[in-house]
Design a binder for this molecule. Structure first.
Ligand code: MG
Length: 316
């Protein structure tokens, strides 16, 4: 630590803040994810410069890490719902721990242009690729480059059906924060009508773990909570593998979801135990493994933009 004294005081404090930040970080990928690393370092040095303290023994107390988001409360959820098959928790278990909060990088796939083989489901202008469940035109509100839920109009679904697919979709929960738990910025991305990746304002908003943003609703909480604040755009990159059924209608392969939110892995090919429904455990219903993608109307004016989907190819 002697060499430290060669630096002017201001530089010294800055360096120590960075050293402290590096030591404290549990990430071994600090330099692999440029955006996140730079973001952390900036946030860390900005936050800690005024508060690093140096005592007479040369022991340094780092500033606390920035905490833009905090767990805001006690468990919310249920204690009489069925136990989830293969797990020790009940559906929406009020005692199930919530995943750690992660501050995402400033952007990841936000604004990502579609690849040449993608089907563009919303490019910024119109909802011609979408419909109501009865086939009527989607009545949600298109604004400047995005659209938002028209509460009580009902869910919208794609006109086309898809099988196994890769979906890119961006969402922003309302900047005016209203409601709590499941009532705040709730929507959802549904595959084949039955499998929901939750959309929710989980920024300082406690709900049951398997119902927060990124949850495979009622089955698996996400591995992390990297949601951005109300009104900010989040990017989802999702791989959906539909369940398969044999000719007798028996499940031959479950469905799987892989989900990245704002560059943070939420699920790594996580197995679905059936449809993702509220408060219940539902068995798979056989179908042809193709279906529509739909967006939930849960009464909140959540916004969406830049939506495209690709079929998953086959290896040679
Ligand atoms: Mg939902």
């Amino acid at each position: 630590m002697k060499s430290i004294s060669l630096f002017p005081a201001v530089v010294r404090v800055g360096l120590l803040a960075l050293v402290a930040a590096g030591c404290e970080s549990s990430s071994h990928h600090h330099h692999e994810h440029h955006g996140h690393g730079a973001h952390s370092a900036n946030a860390m040095s900005a936050a800690s410069t005024p508060t690093v303290s140096v005592n007479t023994d040369g022991v340094f107390t780092p500033a606390p890490p920035p905490a833009p988001q905090q767990d805001t409360g006690a468990g919310v959820g249920y204690d009489k719902t069925p136990v989830i098959p293969g797990q020790k928790w009940r559906v929406h278990d009020k005692d199930r721990p919530v995943p750690p909060i992660v501050t995402p990088g400033a952007r990841f796939s936000h604004g990502a242009p579609p690849p040449s083989d993608a089907t563009v489901l919303f490019g910024g202008r119109d909802l011609t690729q979408w419909e109501l469940s009865d086939g009527k035109p989607a009545p949600w509100t298109v604004m400047n480059g995005f659209f938002q839920v028209a509460p009580k109009a009902g869910a919208i679904q794609t006109r086309q059906e898809f099988g196994d697919c890769q979906l890119h979709i961006e969402f922003a929960t309302p900047s005016l924060v209203e409601g709590s738990s499941q009532g705040r910025g709730n929507s959802g991305v549904f595959f084949h009508a039955d499998f929901e990746v939750q959309v929710l304002d989980s920024y300082n908003n406690r709900t049951y773990a398997d119902g927060q943003v990124g949850a495979l609703y009622g089955q698996w909480p996400p591995l992390a909570n990297p949601v951005k604040g109300p009104g900010e755009w989040n990017s989802y990159d999702i791989v959906f593998e539909a369940p398969r059924f044999d000719t007798a209608g028996k499940l031959s392969r479950p469905g799987y979801l892989t989900v990245i939110l704002n560059g943070v892995l939420m699920h790594n090919r996580k197995e679905l135990n059936g449809p993702t429904h509220h408060q219940v455990v539902d068995p798979y219903k056989p179908y042809n493994s193709r279906g529509k993608i739909s967006l939930q109307d849960h009464g909140n004016t959540t916004r969406f933009r830049n939506i495209w989907v690709r079929a998953i190819g086959e290896y040679n």
